[in-house]
Structure formats: C-alpha cells, structure tokens
Ligand binder design. Structure first.
Ligand SMILES: O=c1ccn([C@@H]2O[C@H](COP(=O)(O)OP(=O)(O)O[C@H]3O[C@H](CO)[C@@H](O)[C@H](O)[C@H]3O)[C@@H](O)[C@H]2O)c(=O)[nH]1
Ligand SMILES: [Mn+2]
Length: 597
C-alpha cells in the first residue's frame, strides 16, 4: 500500500451523488406548473356572476385549488435537486481504527403499558451490540415514568447481554434485537451453531417470561428487590408524576472487570429517571433528552449522541460507523451537526391503510435538504451544556481525532452560547424545531437513508392511534409555522429559501386538510344539484388535458416522483382526490345528459 497512503488520506469518507433524471424531472414539473397556472386562470375567468348559481362553490374551489397549487410549488423545493449520500465505513475503520470517538446512546421510554418493558429492552440490546468497540458505547435508558418494572427489565437485559452480545458477534447475526431476530429466523442446520442458538433462544424466552409476569403482577417481589440495591430508590412516594431523580449505573464500562461471557468488555448501561414534580413542566421527550445530556456528560461524556425511541430497534449493526463517516470526514465533517435516519417501521401491513410507510417522504423529499431531526446523532454532547468550557475543549481534542482541533473548538463555542437550553421546549415535534434551530446557526445536517433500514419501529396499528399520531405531528408542525420559528422568518438570511420552503412541506401539513375537505364535500353536492365545476370534453379538450394532468399532481404532492408507490404510501395520501375529480367530470356529463333527456 505504502505509496497509496497519501491518496487514501485524500479520499473522502462519504460521497454525495445527484439523483438521475433531474433535468427530465424539471421539464416535467415545468409543464405541471403551466397546468396549474391554467387551472387558476380557468377558474378566475369563469367565476359565475353574482346571482348565478354556484358562484360561491366556484370561488371556494378556486381558493382550494390555489392552495393546492401553492403547496405543490413549495414541494418543488425538495424535489428539484435530490441528492443521495454514501458513506465508506471501510475507509473510516482503516483511518481511525482504534481512535474512534465514544458514543452515548439515548433510549427514551415513558409508559410501561404503551411501551412494554420487553419492547424497550429489545431496543436496548440491539444498540448494545453494535459493531463498535463496546468500551466506547454507553447506553442510557431514560424512563420518564420512573417505573421499577422497567428498571427490573433493564437488570434482566444487562445479564442477558453477556450472552447475547458475544453470540451476535460470533455468528455475525442480524438484526440484533432478540425479539426481531427470533421472529425472523428458524433454527439453523449447522449442529454446533444450532446448539448455541437454541440455548440463547431459551435464555431469551425465560427472561421475557419473567419480565412479562412481573409486569403483569405490577410489582417486584421482595427476593428480586434484595438482588439489587437500586430498588431502594423506589419507596411508596415514587409516582409517575412525582419522584426524585434516579440514576443507576447497571454496567460500568469503565470497569475492566465488566465483561461478557467471552471475556470481552461490555458497553456501559445506565438507567435514568429524571426528577419530576407535578408543579414543574417536564417538557416530554425534549426534557428527557436534555436531562440525559447532562447525566451522560458526567458519566461517559461521549462526543457523539445517538437517540432512538424505545420502540425503534437498531436493524443495522454498522449504523454508528456509517454515521461517523459523515462526522469524521476531513473536508466536510466539521460543519455537520447531525445525521438523521428515516423513520421506518417493522409492522407495516400489506396495504398500509394508515399510510405509515412514508416512502415518498423518506426516499425523496427529505433527501434534498437533510431536513428533519428525528433519530439523530449529534456532534458533541457539549453542544448543550451550560458549564465548563475548558473541559469541553479538552474533550473535543481528544475525542474527535483527525478533525482540525482548533476549528472545531471554535464552532463549539458559538453553538454553546446559542443553544444553552438544548432541545427546544414547548412543541410536540421538538426534533423538527431543534433541527431548524441548529441549521439556522450555520450547521449542516445529513439525511441518510441506507439500503438496509437502520432503525425499525412500531407504527400505529389502529385508526385511533394513527389519528392521534398524525394529529400530534401535524398540529405540532403547524404550531411551528405560526410561531417565531416559522422558517420564512426565523430562517430568513440564515438558510436558503429552498430549505425554508422544504421545512414548510411538513409544517403546512395540517392546513392542507381544509381545501381537501372542501374538495371532497362541495363538488359532490354540486354534482347532485347539477352545477358544473369542471370543463367538459370537446372544444376545451386541450385545457382539460392540462387540468387533469395537473390535478393529478396537485392533489398528490408526494407521488409524482415515485409513481404509484407514492400514491399508496404518501403520508399526505389524504390529498389523493384525483380519482374523485376525474370521476366527477365524467359523471357530470352523464348526469347532464340525463337531465336534458
Ligand atoms: O414525556 C415523554 C413523552 C415521550 N417520551 C418518549 O419520546 C419518544 C417519542 O414519543 P412518542 O409518543 O412515541 O411519539 P412519536 O410521535 O411516535 O415519535 C416521533 O415523533 C417525535 C416528535 O417529532 C420524535 O421525537 C420521535 O423521535 C419520533 O419517533 C418515545 O420513546 C417516548 O417514550 C418521553 O421520553 N417522555
Ligand atoms: Mn412512537
């Protein structure tokens, strides 16, 4: 290799590729834009005069179409220059091998009924067994309920991890959530492997049964309590809303005696229930995350943070390495503050009736601007700390080798001054607002959607769950649009106009429901009363063509790039009233014929 050393150094740790067919897409969308203008024009010049029937329905339709068209224009900001990222983890390992930074992994849970402890520990086990030096990983479970049941489950998981981690690494098996693994794989044929496989499976199942029965009982027996001093924290006064802070280091990775069954070091594992008092706002996940940032800085102080929800297990054991390629790239790494992976789900049904798969958002929209902050890997814990600047500088220099130390510290100081509070409170989508705030401070971010999904979560499976989920998201995002964080105001002069518009694709999700409702209610009523709202075939055929084309796109803002997949899976599927509008114009013709006969 010798002579190649210099060249190897010059190679970037990640590559950015432009999507193919961009020119074709631009041409295509220009024709759609013309179509939209024609629709607007058609509506405006054909408004029935005052006194004529259908005047208000017609004006309402113009407003609805105007709004659809505007929204379509906003979505173009994220479709014109789509790019894809490709990290090179082999280069990372070759270059940084034993100098990789420490990573703190935050897992959040809040309710042992909605998020059963077995689900939580499966996520914890999956992130404990990353292909990454275990002594450099620290996993923090934030339990906002402060439940001893979850604490008990975590103790069980820590014992099981001593078998599970070496098993995963020995046989290079995936995924590393035991529940997901055993659900996907049957007993192997190889006898030696099969033996180990069966014994691990038995261990897992007996652990799961123990946890499930404790959860069912709702309390911890005296014998179990006596096994760990941590249970002393739970006295009769501890409730979900009112308790002191509880921090228990279950595995201390700093201790060289903390090893698995193969004698390899174990990752640090910490249980955290932040203090909660009824009179203090707890700020939901953002509050939990900020508490974790403080706690972790005292224990492991990793340079990188990875955050997952407790129902999102890691599906790719190399995800940390891949994310690090972005942070540690010599040329651009210093300006990247977070890497975000898409939210994918493991329980999507064939028809995905609640549109959980968000294929278009993941595959197209967010690729353009690296927008949303959801499962993120922050560069440097100290971004959010309120103390100890010197310590902060020191940590950076040691922890992120290869990146220009001086420049990095300089960046951190600025961020430190600005974002003292950490994740931003007061909004149910704290990730979006915090991501925007970080970008507006000059940082870049990366949206990375690897071929193999990096994290898999649990999507809502019933209508009420789905409605609550979408309502919370759309409400939270619209709230941002109406607040001082509106990207057009807050981001003005700080991020590009296209990026501001890109955020609004999300933030204007809720209000688009109004024209949609109008569109599904008023035209059928007009249809019944024989009021024409759409041009007929015949002399206006050309215009009709444009209108139909454009309607298709206007009413499906997410589908044009990914075709039918988009139609099926778009989170904005509610806009899909195309079939309806085409149906209506044809039916109207028939209905009119019927009337005239
Ligand atoms: O008081 C709380 C409430 C929630 N959580 C945790 O926060 C996570 C997300 O909450 P959830 O109710 O599951 O919200 P979702 O809408 O499913 O979460 C999505 O949307 C959120 C807001 O955009 C993001 O923070 C999440 O990462 C993303 O998965 C879960 O792990 C919860 O346990 C807490 O820690 N404390
Ligand atoms: Mn969730």
């Amino acid at each position: 290799m010798g002579g190649d050393g210099g060249r190897e150094e010059a190679l970037s740790l990640f590559e950015t590729k432009e999507a193919r067919g961009r020119v074709a897409y631009k041409l295509f969308s220009s024709t759609i834009f013309m179509g939209i203008c024609l629709i607007w024009f058609y509506r405006l010049i054909n408004i029935p005069r005052s006194g004529e029937e259908g005047r208000w329905a017609w004006i309402g339709l113009f407003v609805a179409e105007f709004w659809f068209g505007l929204y379509w224009i906003i979505t173009q900001s994220v479709r014109w220059n789509v790019v894809y990222r490709y990290p090179f983890k082999e280069r990372l390992l070759h270059r940084y091998g034993d100098k990789l930074p420490r990573v703190d992994i935050f897992v959040c849970t809040a309710d042992h009924i909605m998020e059963p402890p077995t689900l939580v520990i499966n996520t914890v086990l999956s992130v404990m067994s990353y292909n990454y030096p275990p002594e450099k990983i620290s996993v923090y479970l934030s339990d906002d309920e402060g439940s001893e049941l979850t604490f008990y489950a975590l103790l069980e998981a820590s014992n099981f991890s001593k078998h599970w981690i070496p098993f995963c690494k020995k046989f290079m098996m995936e995924p590393r959530s035991p529940a997901a693994y055993f659900a996907q794989h049957t007993e192997p044929h190889d006898t030696k492997y099969a033996q180990e496989w069966l014994s691990i499976k038995k261990l897992y199942e007996s652990m799961k049964n123990r946890i499930d029965s404790v959860v069912e009982m709702g309390c911890i027996s005296k014998e179990m309590r006596d096994q760990h001093k941590g249970f002393l924290e739970w006295n009769s006064k501890v409730t979900k809303w009112d308790h002191q802070s509880i921090v228990q280091i279950i595995i201390d990775g700093r201790n060289t005696a903390a090893v698995d069954n193969d004698g390899c070091r174990l990752p640090t594992l910490v249980y955290v229930a932040r203090e909660k008092r009824p009179q203090w706002p707890h700020n939901f996940k953002a509050g939990a995350m900020n508490a974790l940032i403080r706690v972790s800085s005292e224990i492991s102080n990793g340079a990188i943070i990875l955050n997952v929800d407790c129902d999102m297990y890691s599906n790719n054991p190399d995800a940390i390495q891949e994310a690090l390629c972005f942070f540690m790239d010599e040329e651009r790494g210093h300006e990247i503050s977070y890497v975000q992976f898409p939210q994918n789900f493991c329980n999507i049904t064939e028809n995905d009736v609640y549109s959980n798969a968000t294929v278009v958002f993941n595959k197209v929209i967010v690729h353009k601007h690296d927008l949303r902050l959801c499962f993120f890997v922050f560069k440097n814990t100290k971004l959010f700390m309120g103390t100890d600047i010197c310590f902060l500088m020191l940590v950076m220099k040691i922890e992120v080798p290869g990146i220009d130390g001086y420049g990095t510290v300089f960046y951190l100081m600025i961020i430190f001054m600005d974002l003292q509070k950490g994740l931003i409170y007061g909004c149910s989508v704290e990730d979006v607002i915090t991501g925007l705030a970080i970008q507006c401070r000059g940082w870049k971010s990366v949206w990375y959607n690897p071929g193999k999904e990096a994290f898999l979560g649990v999507a809502p499976t019933t209508l009420d769950q789905a409605l609550i989920q979408y309502m919370r998201w759309s409400e939270g995002m619209f709230q941002i649009f109406l607040s001082k964080y509106c990207p057009f105001l807050y981001g003005h002069g700080k991020i590009k106009l296209a990026a501001q518009m890109g955020y609004c694709v999300y933030l204007l999700w809720a209000p688009i429901s109004l024209p949609t409702l109008y569109y599904v209610i008023v035209p059928p009523l007009c249809l019944l009363r024989g009021i024409p709202l759409f041009p007929e075939n015949g002399d206006k055929k050309r215009l009709h063509f444009f209108i139909r084309q454009s309607y298709w796109d206007v009413t499906n803002p997410n589908s044009s790039r990914v075709g039918s997949q988009g139609l099926q899976n778009s989170p904005c599927r509610v806009f899909n009233v195309t079939a309806f509008s085409n149906f209506e114009s044809k039916t109207l013709v028939k209905l009119k014929q019927f009337h005239t006969n």
